[in-house]
Ligand binder design. Structure first.
Ligand code: ADP
Ligand code: MG
Length: 240
């Protein structure tokens, strides 16, 4: 299997020499294509920084990140991100929010609309195409975030505590929903959380980060024999 994401001896410091914060210390991580890797670690340990380096939003101080063998130097069209605070455009409808990523990629209007509506339906928001984000619950807003990310058909999906702002019940539903959506897609996923229960429920592999500066303390395989969706349905008795 090929390494889809290759984090090679990456370090990150913020600030100037006299006021330096060493956040990440020579981290090595390989993620295979189609793997769902969850990174857990305490608040402030550098999880978002690591994810932003995979996304090309933050440049490593040393080392490099490669996606599909190519060094990441900025945002890439095969990578999509889902954020904890949803990052929806408040003045745009659900459909227009999902179209946004496609727009950026230069997809023509008609195809944008078609793909957006398809994903709105897949995430269970049929009938909410013309609603605005403020009219939706947190869980529904994150469904829009998921639809927007998946609509561009990225090879790599990066998720930064995507369910961290949701109540426990909604969080549970969204975890199931995510696994259901991914069961039919070929996606390499890096999912960040500080919730170890969430990590074990959804991951193929769990990486545990330490802090000050961050290294990888443990790299744990979660029973990879069973498909994710089946593993999840064995835990959950009710359908979403
Ligand atoms: P996490 O996502 O695990 O909570 P972050 O990656 O957001 O951690 O932050 C790790 C550390 O780096 C924190 O101490 C944070 O204050 C600091 N930090 C994050 N971004 C910046 C930045 N742009 N400039 C300076 N310090 C930063
Ligand atoms: Mg963070």
């Amino acid at each position: 299997m090929c390494k889809q994401i290759d984090i090679d001896s990456v370090s990150k410091t913020y600030g100037s020499e006299e006021d330096m914060l060493h956040v990440i210390d020579e981290i090595d991580i390989d993620v295979d294509a189609n793997e769902l890797v969850v990174i857990v670690g305490p608040s402030g340990c550098g999880k978002s920084t690591l994810l932003k380096m995979i996304d090309g939003l933050v440049t490593p101080t040393s080392g490099e990140v490669r996606i599909g063998g190519e060094t990441v130097t900025g945002s890439r069209s095969e990578v999509a991100m889902v954020f904890q605070d949803f990052n929806l455009l408040p003045w745009r409808t659900v459909r227009e929010n999902v179209e946004f990523g496609l727009e950026v990629q230069g997809v023509d209007d008609e195809a944008q609309r078609e793909q957006a509506l398809e994903w709105i339906e897949k995430v269970g928001l049929d009938g909410f195409e013309d609603s605005y984000p403020h009219e939706l619950s947190g869980g529904m807003q994150q469904r829009v975030g998921l639809a927007r990310a998946l609509a561009i058909d990225p090879e790599v999906l990066l998720m930064d505590e995507p369910f961290g702002a949701l109540d426990a019940q909604t969080k549970d539903q969204m975890q199931t929903e995510l696994l259901r959506l991914l069961a039919n897609e070929n996606k390499t996923v890096v999912f960040i959380t500080h919730d170890i229960r969430e990590a074990i429920l959804i991951a193929d592999r769990v990486l545990v980060m330490s802090t000050k500066p961050a290294t990888i303390l443990a790299d744990l395989d979660i029973d990879s024999e069973r498909p994710r969706w089946n593993r999840r349905t064995e835990i959950e008795t009710s359908e979403p």
